[in-house]
Design a protein around this ligand. Sequence first.
Ligand code: GLU
Length: 483
Amino acid sequence: MADFVTRFAPSPTGFMHIGNLRTALYAYLLAKAYNGKFILRIEDTDQERYVEGATDVIYSTLKMTGLQHDEGPDIGGPNGPYIQSERKGIYMKYAKQLVEKGYAYYCFCTKERLDKLHEDGEIGAGYDRHCRDLPKEEVEKNLAAGMPFVIRQKMPLEGSTGYDDVVFGHIEIENSEMQDQILIKADGFPTYNFCHVIDDYLMGVTHVVRGCEYLTSTPKYVLLYDAFGWERPTYCHLPLIMGKNEDGSTSKLSKRHGSVSFQELVKNGYLPEAIINYMAFTGWCPKDTNEEFFTIEELEKVFSLEGISKSPSVFDYEKLLWFNSNYIKKLSLEKFMEMAKPYYNDELKAFADDEKLAAMVQTRISTFPEVNEKAAFVASLPEYDNELFVNKKNKTTIEMAKEVLEAAIPVIEGISDWNNDTLFAELKAFAEAKEIKAGAVMWIIRIGVSGMAVTPGGATELMAVLGKEESLERLKKSLSKLN
Ligand code: GLU
């Protein structure tokens, strides 16, 4: 058995929440960093919540992010099956063992009885332990009569139970605060509370890595380990991921803060590599370096238990955007074009294979859908107001625009070596000869060629992309508009 075994145990809900992805990432990285094993287990015992196709979302997310598991439903392994519903036959035996040892009991309470208890408000959402001390004969009689039952954990009534969490430190809960929770439901399925413990044990999981929502229920789980006489695993609960509210306060990350699923982020034009790189920092930071860019392979080397923080981390969408723009810039032009292509709108689709345009756009976007805004100038010269030629900083006027365009068009017509550098040099020389600031000339040409106040590049860059014929046609059209 490897001495460092982690697992990712998602419930198939249909999408991969950012928090779950962070759990998968950390469990994976810890396994790699400590030369261990990473197991994927699907927790689908809550049949009511079953969503068709949801496991595929899990597989594809792990694949796209490079979090390759060593064992799992799709690749097998020595501890299968790895889907809890396929393990249904395993759990009852263990629950019965606990009953025999006195750590669990059969409960025959009807739904009506429990509903009545809750209505009366006597015990909140809990259970009054009615069946906890039923005489053995009565239990056997009920079982023989085929009475429906659940199996509940028999919590100690006094004292307290604690454990040491790697991230959060010592956690201790009064036993009197713990409910006699259900281990096996009336339909024979185990609850999460029970089967994850059995599975973690049987699969040899040494380090349980998961969200901190389980921090205070873990004493119940360690009691199960103790009852069986099994060695407890090491617990590593991860800090909350918060979102920033408009008023500056923070609350648990939710839809109103932005996209909260991996699929949605990808759809919105984020690269899996950028998401993973950013997510590594939502609860961890490397030692002795300010480096922010890490590939998954690099993370595998530097990740450590000590670097995980218990303070809640705020999911910073701006920072993610920054990572994404950097990752987009790092793509080869070919790869960029291939990835950007599906995002072009109908008007711009025809330009998706234009290398010059792509190269210009690639360095100026943070997410793929922005290609449309940046590439818009290529479609056509829009209707625009001549006032656009007026610019305070460059001291340009409509009059001046007319003069500059009139004089510049023949110069531009004479340029045969059509590229940004040549165009820039020629127009700069033109400005000098005319004793006009280069900035003013560039402003006028840029407006004349694009009809837009904001463009993804300067005048000569736009012209290099548009080509000679189209550029001149537009400049002439703009000049006639000024006349
Ligand atoms: N199926 C649980 C969840 O998705 C797993 C919790 C755990 O890792 O133990 O929240």
